[in-house]
Design a protein around this ligand. Structure first.
Ligand code: HEM
Length: 360
């Protein structure tokens, strides 16, 4: 048995944990765009004038927001299934339907969807600033509500004793400082992921002194801020978690160390490729390297997060259950559908990109 998470568990458990970790990383990759994008749109709507056309970042984020939210939701289904297989907690799905508080996720997501669509309309651009700000802030509030609700769900799964009353789970996140530290790391990571995707969407900003160079400079500043926020959030989280010997030992355990190294390397690569000069040579290649670094940040976060939880919630009684589930088969069908889905997603992105390029 390897010492690295998730391979420090029996092979069937390790495979399910691996799939949970990877699928959550993908979910969070899209969530990062949605969170960072909704903050950007809300901030832009609070500005005095409507700069949508003048600001390519705002234009591209506004255009892609409904699709990004759709991708985040769709990508949330896989970890939702795997987390139930891995921990066999009654709380997921059925629990979500029983509890009215958690069921509010659905109307919040639908509302966010329509509010993002409204922000794409020509009419929106002509509305007065308070109306535009109200809509953008309401969308941000929906996203914030859904994100923090998932943090509550996560907390409840590691603290079974606190959810005896399934229909009326507590509203808290457990320890306030820990929740703040987790939320801070998620938010900082969202800035890095979102900004890397926007940079890739904008192509090679600034080449040949195009009007995008102003946007490139702004994006560099956002990335710099994201880096500083990430370093501060990780340092803050270390400070907070040190006070709790159990979680601290789990976080610093040998099994999780490769994820910390991955996080460090990915954040460093991300920083190195922040464009200092928008017209830098090979801008497209650098943007792609940064996008890859951003994805590895999501993977590292997923590994650290799941490594920590598995230390508390993975009972040895679950291993035989994983074994018998794996015996039931279905892996070939799973692999075939995963490949078909990946191909569909790649095709959808390619079609959308070529349409955008034709319009440009
Ligand atoms: C705007 C939409 C969403 C946002 C901002 C969001 C954000 C988050 C965040 C921050 C976490 C980490 C919680 C933690 O570790 O404390 C998380 C976990 C998760 N999310 Fe999402 N999420 C969104 C939508 C969804 C949807 C629609 C689904 C399901 C279809 C979903 C499925 C999950 C699952 C299964 C987890 C893991 C929960 C756990 O490990 O206990 N998410 N999400």
């Amino acid at each position: 048995m390897s010492e690295v998470f998730p391979f420090n568990f029996p092979v069937e458990t390790a495979v399910y944990l691996f799939l949970l970790t990877l699928s959550w990383a993908l979910h969070f990759f899209f969530v990062g765009y949605v969170v960072a994008g909704s903050v950007y749109l809300a901030a832009a709507s609070l500005r005095r004038s409507n700069s949508g056309d003048a600001d390519p970042i705002e234009a591209v984020v506004r255009d892609w927001m409904p699709s990004a939210l759709g991708a985040a939701i769709t990508a949330g289904v896989a970890p939702l299934l795997f987390v139930q297989v891995v921990y066999q907690v009654e709380f997921y799905t059925a629990g979500l339907l029983i509890s009215t508080r958690f069921m509010l996720i659905l109307p919040a997501l639908i509302t966010a969807f329509y509010l993002f669509y409204v922000q794409k309309t020509k009419r929106f651009a002509n509305w007065r600033r308070p109306t535009r700000a109200g809509i953008a802030l309401a969308a941000l509030a929906c996203v914030f509500f859904v994100g923090t609700t998932w943090m509550r769900v996560h907390w409840l799964t590691v603290n079974k004793s606190s959810w005896e009353d399934l229909g009326n789970p507590p509203l808290d996140f457990g320890n306030g400082h820990q929740a703040l530290a987790r939320g801070g790391v998620f938010f900082a990571a969202a800035i890095l992921l979102g900004s890397a995707v926007v940079r890739a969407q904008l192509g090679s900003p600034g080449i040949g002194g195009s009007p995008l160079s102003g946007a490139a400079r702004r994006l560099s500043r956002i990335m710099g801020f994201g880096m500083a926020a990430m370093i501060a959030a990780l340092a803050g989280a270390a400070f907070v978690y040190r006070a709790w010997p159990g979680p601290w030992m789990a976080l610093t355990a040998r099994a999780d160390q490769p994820y910390w190294v991955l996080m460090l390397v990915a954040v460093l690569i991300f920083g190195v490729f922040i464009p200092s000069r928008p017209e830098a040579a090979r801008a497209r290649l650098r943007a792609r390297a940064q996008l890859l670094a951003a994805f590895f940040i999501a993977v590292a976060l997923a590994g650290i997060r799941e490594g920590l939880r598995s230390r508390f919630a993975m009972m040895s009684t679950l291993h035989p259950r994983h074994f018998s589930l794996a015996e039931k088969g279905g892996w070939a069908v799973f692999a075939a559908f995963a490949a078909v889905n990946a191909a569909c997603i790649a095709a959808a992105i390619r079609i959308a990109r070529s349409r955008c390029e034709r319009q440009a």
